[in-house]
Design a protein around this ligand. Sequence first.
Ligand code: NAD
Ligand code: LMR
Length: 340
Amino acid sequence: MASTPALAPVTVTVTGAAGQIAYSLLFRIAAGEVFGPTTPVNLRLLEIPNAVTAAEGVALELFDSAFPLLNDVEVTDGRATAFAGADAVFLVGAKPRGKGAERAALIADNGKIFGPQGHAISDYASDDVRVLVVGNPANTNAAIVVAAVENERGGSGVSAGHITAMTRLDHNRALAQVAAKLSLPISRLQRLTVWGNHSTTQFPDVTELRDAATGEALAARLSEHWLTEEFIPRVARRGSEIISVRGSSSAASAASAAVDHMRDWFQGTREGDWVSVALPSDGSYGVPEGLVSSFPCRSVNGEWEIVQGLEIGDVQRARIDASVADLQAEAATVRALGLV
Ligand code: NAD
Ligand code: LMR
């Protein structure tokens, strides 16, 4: 009897492998939740030298989990080894903020991590690599990676459009709030968008929200008062709420959002739906070209496409512009610090 040829393994790099998010994320990747139930996975775990031993402990637990799809695990503090041949990269390794701080205050500490990693991705990863930046401030760190890739001497095969930042956690938080408010299952909600920065200026937008089962537009069932006084501030400040209640920043929900982001990128978004992805703007919806901002996106044949043609009213315009201004201020800080 002819046997089915084994699929080629996908090589996946996760930075910050000894951290809180990675402790959930790695096990979900190894279980096949991102690349599918028949794709073997090689994991490359990058840590700083002081945390390599802890990351080796995580690798021992991955081994003990006997995941049928886990082909190989390598722990390293070297970028060349970590990114060699990577098809997918999760840039998680970075400091989280503490209680009462804003994510933008992390730029000075975290920004310097991402330039060298961008260069190493250009030098060592697969040309077709897909990168998700999770470490905060995620949009601006992704912009630093884009600058590194674009400034690569002799050119980089890595496309700037393959460098994204995570606003999927905001997207999921917004879906959960609306589902609870309307007493609808999450699976019934489609076409929610988070615009802008993964910061308090983000704009979770329900204008196009619809019921997947009936096609009914749902925005009219949500009062203006609830949207502006409860929903938008709650979603935009949910990261701080988690920090103050849990004592440290979201980890399992962040890992879950990272799984959703990369799974949809590799395997496609749901028919008729879209998700929120921060990627370098092509000028769509008046967002200046190159800013890494969140848009409604569909994954088509492994590429994110910004959903075009949505009508933007005055209130939406003002909120998107405020988040763009926030991103521009972070970009100015990055330049002032000499990080690009
Ligand atoms: P953590 O402190 O538990 O883990 C971070 C890990 O990164 C540590 O083990 C640290 O040693 C490692 N690290 C630091 N610099 C590194 C480098 N140069 N290379 C490789 N590893 C390095 O933090 P966490 O809870 O896992 O969060 C990680 C980041 O993700 C934080 O910046 C946090 O704010 C951010 N975050 C983003 C979102 C989002 O929605 N975009 C959600 C949650 C958390
Ligand atoms: C989040 O949104 O939970 C993360 O960005 C962590 C944080 O600092 O809020």
